[in-house]
Ligand binder design. Structure first.
Ligand code: NAD
Ligand code: UDP
Length: 323
């Protein structure tokens, strides 16, 4: 168990994305000195406030980590496009960032004697045949399908972390993140929550894929970040699932967002993408027992906060402040 705070130097790759930027904020609030590396492929500089203990470096982590020689206490590898829309447009970039980029991050952690945290995903379970999904489940992944650039890259990264942990003694952890949403997602991100919220606010039809009976378990960003800090400080290796057990059908998500926005948008049923997982819910036993993790934010509250963010963004008022 290590507490990170004043004087701790933390490197966050993908620090300008949804998860990375909120994680950076949490680390700054704990007193850490943070370096965020990002090429802004899917994130944005505006997601990070100016802060005296934050250094933002624009770089592609597949080309190395130009972050100086002073050693870090922890390296948190979160760089990777994460929306299924990105799987279609950035497949090679995704494969590279979660292979070459992972090696760069692992090598830096090893050289610095730092703790390493890798952002893996529920997607390593593919279209799961075990429900809910415990960490012991090996998954059901199509290795050459349209999602494989992401699923297999994350599985490769997990294998790389396992090898550095086992063969080089790296202090490492793997977190398998389940569908996390919140403020700072891009309206055109393509994932279900930003899509439905931006469609509802614009009065456009909500595009539900298939018959909308497929499920996901929604996690608000604050709960995920709390779990990430617990894992970082625990010294546990994992892999550990983080998310919530609020499992909803996609059709239910559409109805909730219509109600919360007061929108009169209709529902439009569109084709379901290939290999779209049917059901997804984390088994959180390990997170509870090993980390004392307990998500706090109900989806109604989380979705309201996310809708408020999109409304403010539409009106040009999304000033960032960090404690
Ligand atoms: P995001 O797209 O908002 O953030 C990813 C960030 O990585 C962006 O800022 C992007 O610009 C940056 N990036 C991408 N390629 C890069 C490169 N080559 N070099 C430097 N920076 C690069 O997505 P997110 O939801 O914040 O996801 C962050 C991490 O968490 C990813 O590794 C993702 O796979 C993982 N994850 C997220 C979820 C979720 O539900 N949000 C679920 C599972 C796993
Ligand atoms: N989805 C949808 N409409 C959209 C975007 C996504 O119905 O505009 C569906 C998608 O097909 C999937 C679910 O919502 O069944 C969650 O999709 P998302 O891209 O958010 O995440 P993932 O599939 O990676 O869990």
């Amino acid at each position: 168990m290590t507490t990170y705070g004043t004087g701790s130097r933390i490197l966050v790759t993908g620090g300008a994305g949804l998860v990375g930027s909120h994680l950076v904020d949490a680390l700054l609030a704990k007193g850490c000195d943070v370096t965020a590396v990002d090429n802004f492929a899917t994130g944005a500089r505006e997601n990070l406030a100016e802060h005296p203990r934050l250094t933002v470096v624009e770089a592609d982590v597949t080309e190395g980590l130009p972050v100086g020689d002073a050693p870090f206490d922890a390296v948190l590898h979160f760089a990777c496009p994460a929306s299924p829309v990105d799987f279609a447009t950035l497949p090679i970039e995704i494969l590279r960032v979660d292979s070459v980029g992972t090696f760069h991050a692992l090598d830096r952690a090893l050289a610095d004697g730092a703790r390493f945290l890798m952002a893996s995903t529920s997607e390593v379970y593919g279209d799961p045949q075990v429900h809910p999904q415990p960490e012991s489940y090996w998954g059901n992944v199509n290795p050459i399908g349209i999602r494989s650039c992401y699923d297999e890259a994350k599985r490769f990264s997990e294998a790389a972390v396992a090898a550095y942990h086992r063969h080089k003694g790296l202090d490492a952890a793997i977190v398998r993140i389940f569908n996390t949403y919140g403020p700072r997602m891009r309206p055109d991100d393509g994932r279900v929550i930003p899509s439905f919220v931006s469609q509802a606010l614009a009065g456009e039809p909500l595009t539900v894929t298939g018959d909308g009976s497929q499920t996901r378990s929604l996690c608000y960003i604050d709960d995920l970040v709390s779990g990430l800090i617990l894992l970082l400080e625990s010294g546990e290796y994992g892999p550990i699932n983080l998310g919530t057990e609020y499992e909803l059908t996609v059709r239910e998500m559409a109805d909730i967002i219509l109600r919360l926005t007061g929108s009169t948008s209709t529902i439009e049923y569109i084709d379901r993408p290939a290999d779209d997982p049917e059901r997804r819910r984390p088994d959180l036993t390990a997170a509870r027992e090993l980390l004392g993790y307990e998500p706090q934010v109900h989806y109604e509250a989380g979705l309201k906060a996310t809708i408020d963010f999109f409304v403010a963004k539409n009106s040009g008022a999304t000033e960032l402040t960090v404690d």
